[in-house]
Write a protein that binds this ligand. Structure first.
Ligand code: HEM
Length: 145
């Protein structure tokens, strides 16, 4: 999309992304998503090498999505940092996003799934651009804007 104003960035919008999103549903989304990601042929090897405590990782990511979608402030970390050190490229981001969308669709309405995905795509693109910068590459966002 072109000609967006800065206010179109959902990551800077106050308040819940949608009134029907609940924390228990977010927890279910994250648990199901990571159960699948661990088994996934593209994502699994990266996750299984890097994550040593899955309960802790899932709790942290649940807090992250609660903060993004419901503005609960439960996550105050630096989400980019671990990704800069991972052996990840375009195919990992594409698979991450399609698995996340597939899982969100099973739990939420299409409207809520869309709210998750506009945020997930932006964050994924931010990570991809930052990884590119670090590697001396000039990249364009592939999933958002
Ligand atoms: C390319 C696919 C991705 C892979 C393989 C991946 C993998 C990982 C790994 C291995 C960690 C560190 C876990 C640990 O040490 O316990 C991590 C942390 C994290 N990831 Fe990802 N990730 C990916 C994409 C994403 C995306 C698109 C998002 C958000 C939309 C995200 C959000 C997070 C967050 C919030 C953390 C915790 C950061 C912290 O506070 O330390 N990841 N990820």
């Amino acid at each position: 999309m072109v000609n967006q104003s800065p206010d179109d960035n959902p990551l800077t919008r106050p308040g819940p992304a949608h009134p029907d999103i609940t924390d228990p549903d977010i927890a279910r989304l994250v648990a199901v998503f990571y159960a699948r990601a661990r088994e996934d042929e593209i994502l699994g090897p990266v996750f299984n090498r890097a994550v040593h405590d899955w309960d802790e990782h899932i709790a942290q990511i649940t807090d992250f999505w609660s903060s993004i979608m419901l503005r609960t402030g439960r996550y105050s970390g630096r989400p980019l940092n671990p990704h800069l050190r991972l052996p990840i490229q375009a195919e990992h981001f594409d698979r991450w996003l399609s698995l996340f969308e597939q899982t969100a669709r099973e739990i939420f309405t299409p409207e809520i799934t869309h709210e998750f995905m506009i945020r997930a795509r932006r964050i994924a693109d931010n990570f991809e651009l930052a990884i590119g910068n670090m590697r001396g590459e000039i990249r364009s966002p592939r999933h958002s804007r």
